[in-house]
Design a protein around this ligand. Structure first.
Ligand SMILES: Cc1cc2nc3c(=O)[nH]c(=O)nc-3n(C[C@H](O)[C@H](O)[C@H](O)COP(=O)(O)OP(=O)(O)OC[C@H]3O[C@@H](n4cnc5c(N)ncnc54)[C@H](O)[C@@H]3O)c2cc1C
Length: 396
């Protein structure tokens, strides 16, 4: 019996399990077994983190128990990966009770992903990094509303309801709109003028969604303005201190709260594994996702440095890339197991796609195909967004 061990049940890990089920269906449980290892007992739907600020966690289905992905020949082991013994083909897993178990592999796939960058230099700023930080942000916002109610000065009331977001990627855009809508609702409930609510979104880039044509970026920006979100391009934030947000160009804004949404970094566990790393600490892999110098160790998802051989560009750290990588790797492993020559060529991603929610009722989707640009907005955009969220976690 051959054993495939997958380290990490994030988007890359669960989609690889799903694709292996399809590719190896006749062998699973008889000739092949797959062991999915994760420190948690559930798949965490990171892409919904922003909703954890404003919505009830139970309604969100943020955590999907791994049981949902198990079938014949697929096992789950809960514990933290600590070490790989490459000569013995063994991976060491520390369980919750600190007991270390050794798991033998024939094929090992590392999908340990990334974590949100925590920028502690922003004194007083809060980073949206996990479920508990989302709850802390909500508590701070509720506190702000309660304090605002007691203020007499209109100026102070307005600055209290000004929220700054640092970083205008997908998370920054979605958080800005979600909070603008939610804060206005809360203001009304508490008898405060909702027009005082303003969300300032800062980014050093020249425009939102910079990979799309100018007119698409402007369209997105206009939609966000409608919710009370103001975008500051070409602006790097230096610090948040004593209620003031200071930018590197010297501009200063009086605000109530600063939230940091400035991207992700590779999971630090990757460094411990003593495998070849890029300067961004991603595992260096070849065009079949094999880790350099290790024929039976593969890596995909956020923790791997993958170059698209057609465009010669690095794959981004998003689900949009992780999922096709998982589908392709399942085929590569199948070919390797059956000793067939590898014909699994890399095909470029079929479309350029960008998809965000703009608050609880609208979405914005941009698709580029055949040199043309398509957008979906409003409720239709949100429906598409919901579909991609569910698809990524295999919740059909
Ligand atoms: C707030 C936020 C919003 C995002 N929104 C979008 C979006 O809208 N669209 C999009 O395409 N992408 C989005 N992304 C990026 C997307 O989430 C990542 O690209 C995706 O999660 C990568 O999947 P992965 O499987 O490589 O890694 P991860 O999803 O990070 O999975 C890694 C897994 O490894 C496990 N793990 C970690 N360390 C250990 C250890 N030592 N031992 C055992 N298990 C371990 C973790 O528990 C986790 O299950 C977002 C990211 C964030 C943070």
């Amino acid at each position: 019996m051959k054993t495939i061990v997958i380290l990490g049940g994030g988007y890359a890990g669960i989609n690889l399990v799903d694709s292996l089920k399809k590719e190896l269906k006749d062998q699973l449980g008889t000739a092949v077994r797959v062991i999915l290892v994760d420190k948690n007992s559930y798949h965490f739907r990171k892409v919904l983190l922003v909703k954890a600020i404003t919505e009830d966690a139970d309604d969100l289905q943020l955590k999907v128990p791994f049981q949902r992905y198990i079938s014949k020949g697929i096992e789950v082991l809960q514990g933290e990966v600590t070490r790989i013994n490459k000569t013995g083909n063994i991976v060491e897993i520390e369980k919750e009770d600190h007991q270390v178990v050794e798991v033998h592999y024939d094929y090992l796939v590392i999908t340990l992903g990334s974590r949100v960058k925590d920028n502690e230099n922003f004194i007083g700023g809060m980073t949206l990094k996990d479920e508990s930080s989302a709850h802390d942000i909500k508590d701070r916002l509720i506190d702000l509303i309660n304090k605002t109610k007691k203020l007499n000065s209109d100026h102070k009331r307005q600055s209290n309801l000004k929220i700054a977001l640092v970083g205008a990627g997908i998370t920054g855009i979605e958080t800005a709109c979600e909070l603008a809508v939610w804060l206005k609702e809360q203001a009304l409930i508490h008898g405060i003028d909702p027009n005082g609510v303003e969300v300032l979104l800062f980014d050093p880039k020249t425009r939102l969604l910079h990979e799309a044509p100018d007119h698409i970026s402007s369209r997105l920006e206009k939609k966000m303005n409608k919710f009370g979100v103001k975008f500051f391009s070409n602006t790097r934030v230096k610090e948040f201190n004593n209620g003031y947000l200071v930018c590197t160009d010297g501009r200063k804004y009086e605000i109530g709260l600063c939230i940091i949404t400035n991207g992700v970094e590779v999971n630090p566990t990757i460094k411990q594994l003593q495998l070849p790393l890029s300067d961004q600490n991603q595992l260096i892999v070849n065009d079949c996702y094999e880790v350099e110098g290790h024929k039976n160790i593969y890596s995909i998802g956020d923790c791997a440095r993958i170059i698209d051989p057609i465009t010669n560009k690095y794959d981004g750290m998003t689900c949009k890339e992780a999922i096709p990588q998982a589908q392709r790797l399942a085929k590569i492993i199948k070919h390797k197991m059956t000793k067939q020559p590898n014909h699994i060529v890399h095909t470029s991603y079929p479309v350029k796609l960008f998809c965000v929610s703009l608050g609880p009722k609208e979405g914005f989707v941009w698709i580029q195909k055949w040199g043309m640009n398509f957008t979906l907005t409003g409720q239709l955009g949100l429906r598409f967004r919901n579909y991609t969220w569910n698809l990524a976690s295999l919740l059909k």
